[in-house]
Design a binder for this molecule. Structure first.
Ligand SMILES: Cc1cc2nc3c(=O)[nH]c(=O)nc-3n(C[C@H](O)[C@H](O)[C@H](O)COP(=O)(O)OP(=O)(O)OC[C@H]3O[C@@H](n4cnc5c(N)ncnc54)[C@H](O)[C@@H]3O)c2cc1C
Length: 504
């Protein structure tokens, strides 16, 4: 067992209840998302102490973030406090902190919050720190095109979307041109982009149409842009095509084969395969294009020699452990294994597998067979009464898929109270025309840039244009196209989640 880290700093404490404080096996879980929460809960009957360390105090149900952004649900409904969820689990405790270092040799995890450092020792570790947004090396786009990964992102987007309609009303009543305010561009035609574009179209064409006097919200443009040649590659060719038709039926303009090469306050530029560059004036841009696994994956790869892929995901052993470190499990969006998709069920099942293995080891049981993902299916909502779903070989569209989506999401929303209020809010939005959560504040819209400027110092009061990496453009386009083609092939061939030996 490793020694407890020295206390040589005023703001530094060691994790209490860590190793050396009794005979119980100490499990540390990093993250309170799908992997972290389900892993911790799966250890509730195990003879272990569990410390969950996460940088937020809530468990975030990411699949419904777009509904917070478009005023259907409140943030509390999709992000209940982790502490409350685990209140009844006596062997679990929750620590707030961003993990900055995992020392595999010393078996410790170092975390920080507001200058306080905590070092928590472990006997077993489950790393479930998920993934963040990727701007493919063009991080300067983030200032004007927020991503969709956190409650902060969703609330900022809610402020920007509803705020754009308000500014358009103001401008139109003065006789100004407001087309740029009534153009909404979503970058990335994966499930998040499709859901977001569909919801904004529904907002503009249905929900808000009677609320304004100077503008006709039905004339708003909603544009979905992607460098890949098809919508929803992970759903295969047929469902992807169907989703595109449904979106177009809703009035969404789908622009494929277009690489975004510049984003600024007023709009964005796209470059097509034939070299043509098109500028689109749009104040509201939403980035739903790429993901990058937690940087903790890189740290673990450096310490173990495990491979990292382009998205920063780490290659793990078939039992989800790290090479040479059977006590460390990595689960969910951080792993690259058998072409598994970055979806909630991969994280949930992986975390439950890791928890069972830890419990078994403590009891002296034999190891389990390698981790095997059970694909329960995937679905994406396009708008009310319209969705696409695939369960095994079954492909569903329309109302049936939408009802399925409704049922599945209801089951997985955490807490009875949240389920009840979500149903009420869905009734208001889907059966009626209302949006219960349209409140926006100035802080929602401007806090992120204010905080960033605070971090960068007072001299940085004007945003600096970043350099677009034009040299890498062709390589990046080829990569995105190849990635989309591979996603389509894996789904259509039924090879996702299978090992090479299982493929025919
Ligand atoms: C907008 C959106 C829509 C989605 N829709 C669907 C869908 O419809 N269906 C589906 O199956 N999947 C969907 N997904 C994907 C799904 O949410 C992820 O696959 C899943 O959340 C992965 O679980 P995870 O535990 O690996 O990571 P996460 O759930 O992302 O959890 C990561 C946790 O780690 C914490 N963390 C990160 N870094 C640190 C650190 N350094 N220190 C401490 N804590 C840290 C985070 O705060 C978070 O609590 C969607 C994702 C997004 C963003």
């Amino acid at each position: 067992m490793a020694a407890t880290a020295p206390l040589d700093d005023e703001t530094r404490t060691t994790g209490q209840g860590g190793r050396g404080q009794g005979d119980r096996h100490q499990v540390v879980v990093i993250g309170s998302g799908f992997g972290g929460l389900f892993g911790t809960k799966a250890l509730r009957r195990a003879d272990v102490d569990v410390t969950m360390i996460a940088k937020t105090t809530h468990h975030l149900f990411q699949p419904l973030l777009y509904q917070v952004a478009t005023g259907i649900l409140s943030e509390g409904e999709i992000a209940p406090p982790t502490r409350e969820i685990l209140a009844g689990q006596k062997n679990a405790k929750v620590l707030l902190g961003e993990v900055t270092e995992i020392d595999l040799e010393a078996q410790t995890v170092r975390s920080h919050v507001l200058g306080r450092e905590t070092v928590t020792p472990y006997d077993s570790l489950i790393v479930a720190a998920g993934a963040g947004q990727s701007y493919f090396g063009n991080d300067q786009f983030a200032e004007f095109a927020p991503g969709m990964k956190s409650i902060d992102d969703a609330l900022e987007l809610r402020g920007r979307i509803f705020g754009a309609f308000e500014l358009a009303e103001l401008g139109a009543s003065r006789g100004e041109d407001v087309d740029h305010l009534l153009t909404f561009v979503v970058v990335g035609a994966g499930p998040t982009g499709v859901e977001m574009a569909g919801q904004i179209a529904e907002l503009a064409h249905r929900t808000l149409r009677r609320d304004f006097r100077a503008i006709n919200t039905r004339q708003a443009r909603v544009v979905l842009v992607d460098a890949a040649p098809q919508v929803l590659p992970p759903f295969g060719q047929k469902l992807g095509g169907r989703a595109q038709k449904e979106l177009e039926g809703l009035g969404v303009e789908v622009v494929l084969g277009a690489m975004v090469t510049d984003v600024d306050e007023r709009g964005l530029s796209m470059k097509f395969k034939d070299g043509r560059v098109e500028r689109m004036e749009a104040v509201t841009k939403i980035w739903a294009a790429g993901v990058q696994a937690s940087p903790l994956g890189k740290q673990l790869a450096e310490q173990t020699g495990a491979p990292l892929d382009r998205a920063g995901r780490i290659g793990v052993n078939p039992d989800l452990t790290l090479p040479g470190h059977p006590e460390v499990f990595v689960v969910g969006d951080m792993i690259a294994l058998d072409n598994l998709p970055g979806v909630a069920q991969v994280a949930i099942q992986g975390a439950k597998y890791a928890a069972k293995e830890i419990e078994g080891r403590v009891q002296g049981a034999a190891p389990q067979k390698p981790f095997k993902y059970f694909d329960k299916g995937s679905m994406a909502i396009i708008s009310r009464f319209r969705a696409v779903a695939m369960v095994g070989k079954l492909r569903l569209t329309g109302v049936l898929a939408w009802l399925m989506w409704l049922a599945v999401h209801l089951v997985y929303i955490t807490g009875f109270k949240n389920r009840l209020t979500a149903v009420l809010h869905w009734a208001v939005s889907f059966l009626g025309r209302g949006r219960s959560e349209r409140t926006t504040t100035e802080q929602q819209i401007f806090a992120r840039s204010a905080l960033q400027r605070l971090e960068r110092g007072a001299t940085d009061l004007v945003s600096q244009p970043g350099d677009y990496d034009a040299q890498r453009e062709q390589a990046r386009r080829d990569e995105l196209e190849a990635q989309a083609a591979e996603e389509v092939r894996l789904t259509d061939a039924g090879e996702r989640g299978t090992r090479p030996s299982e493929r025919v």
